[in-house]
Write a protein that binds this ligand. Structure first.
Ligand SMILES: [Zn+2]
Length: 321
C-alpha cells in the first residue's frame, strides 16, 4: 500500500493536557466516561465486564448517536486502550487506539487518539472524525480540571468556570460534580468466608488525609433482618475536630468493578449521606446496603468476591462574618 493510501484511512489527533498521567488514566480506564457528560450519555455493557479486554459495550453519545464497540486491549502499564467499532454482524468498521504518554519532567500528558479504517474514507467523514476527537480532548481537559482543588474548574453540566475551592457543587447550576473532591477506596470480601459472621472489620485505610475502617454486617444489624449493613468509622480525628463530608457506600456489581468514579453504574447500588465525623460521632452508615439474597446471584465476581466501595467528599465549613 502506498503512503498516501495509508494516510487516507487513518485519522490521528493529539494534544497535551496538564495533569498527572494516573489522574488522566483514571478518567479513561473505567470506560464509563461519567465525567464527560458533554460527549457521552451512557455506556451499556453487552458482553463481559466494563473496561475489560474482549468486553463489548454500546456507547451512546450526548447527541444521541451510538456505537457498539469491543475493547481489544486495555494496557495499564502503557496507558493504552484499543477498541474496535462494530457494525451489523460484528463487522469491524474501524479500530481506535487511545494512548497516553507522560511529557518528561512535567505534570503534562501527551494524548494521541487514532482511528484506522479498513478502506479509504470520504473527506466529510474524515473531518467529522477529526472534530469528534477534538471535542473529546476538550471534555477530557474539563474532567481533569475537576480534581484539582487549587485551580478553577469548569462545570461539566453548564460550562461555568468555578473558582478554586473544595466545593463539589457548581455555583451556577448547583449540580454536584462527582469527579470533584471525592476519594474512593474499595474493600473486597470473600463472601463464602464472611457471610456467617455478625460483624467484619476491614483493615484501616487512608482517605482525604485520615484513617478509616469499613464495618460490615453480613447478616444484618438485627439477626434475620435479611439485609447487609455497612458503616464507615473515622479512626483518627482529634478532639474538637469535625470533618463535615458527603460519604458514599457502594455495593459494586462485578461488571462495573473498574467504574470507580461518580455515582454511575447501572447495576451497582450507591448510598449517599451527609455527616460531620468527630472523635465521638465517628460511626455512620446504612443498615441496608443490599438484600442478603441478592448478593450471591448478582454481586459476586467469578472468584466469589464481594466488593464494597467507600467514597468521601469533604465539605469546607461556611465561614460567617
Ligand atoms: Zn454548572
Amino acid at each position: 500500500m502506498s503512503k498516501e493510501g495509508k494516510e487516507g484511512n487513518r485519522v490521528r489527533e493529539s494534544c497535551v493536557l496538564n495533569g498527572a498521567i494516573t489522574e488522566l488514566w483514571n478518567l479513561i480506564r473505567p470506560f464509563t466516561f461519567h465525567s464527560m457528560p458533554s460527549v457521552f450519555q451512557s455506556v451499556q455493557i453487552v458482553e463481559g465486564s466494563l473496561g475489560e479486554a474482549n468486553s463489548v459495550c454500546t456507547i451512546t453519545y450526548a447527541n444521541g448517536d451510538s456505537e457498539r464497540v469491543r475493547i481489544t486491549s486495555m494496557n495499564e502499564a502503557n496507558h493504552t486502550v484499543r477498541y474496535e467499532v462494530l457494525g451489523t454482524e460484528s463487522r469491524v468498521i474501524c479500530r481506535r487506539s487511545l494512548l497516553l504518554l507522560p511529557v518528561s519532567e512535567k505534570r503534562q500528558v501527551f494524548v494521541e487518539f487514532i482511528s484506522q479504517y479498513p478502506g479509504v474514507i470520504p473527506l466529510k467523514d474524515f473531518i467529522d472524525e477529526q472534530l469528534k476527537k477534538r471535542t473529546f480532548f476538550k471534555a477530557l481537559r474539563v474532567a481533569l480540571s475537576a480534581s484539582d482543588e487549587s485551580a478553577p474548574w469548569d462545570c461539566p453540566n453548564c460550562n461555568t468556570q468555578n473558582p478554586p475551592s473544595f466545593n463539589i457543587s457548581c455555583g451556577m447550576c448547583k449540580k454536584r460534580n462527582f469527579n470533584r473532591g471525592i476519594k474512593w477506596h474499595a474493600v473486597q470480601y470473600h463472601w463464602a468466608t464472611i457471610k456467617g459472621e455478625q460483624r467484619v472489620e476491614s483493615a484501616p485505610f487512608e482517605l482525604v488525609g485520615h484513617q478509616w475502617r469499613l464495618l460490615l454486617f453480613p447478616r444484618g444489624l438485627e439477626p434475620d433482618q435479611g439485609s447487609v449493613g455497612a458503616f464507615l468509622n473515622a479512626l483518627d480525628l482529634p478532639d474538637g475536630m469535625e470533618l463535615p463530608c458527603e460519604f458514599f457506600i457502594r455495593v459494586v456489581h462485578p461488571q462495573e468493578i473498574h467504574a470507580v468514579k461518580g455515582l454511575g453504574g447501572e447495576h451497582s447500588q450507591t448510598h449517599v449521606a451527609e455527616w460531620g465525623f468527630t472523635r465521638r460521632e465517628f460511626d455512620r452508615g446504612f443498615g441496608r446496603v443490599v438484600e442478603q439474597h441478592q448478593v450471591e446471584p448478582h454481586f459476586l465476581t467469578k472468584d466469589g468476591m464481594f466488593t464494597i466501595q467507600v467514597g468521601i467528599a469533604p465539605k469546607k465549613r461556611q465561614v460567617h462574618g
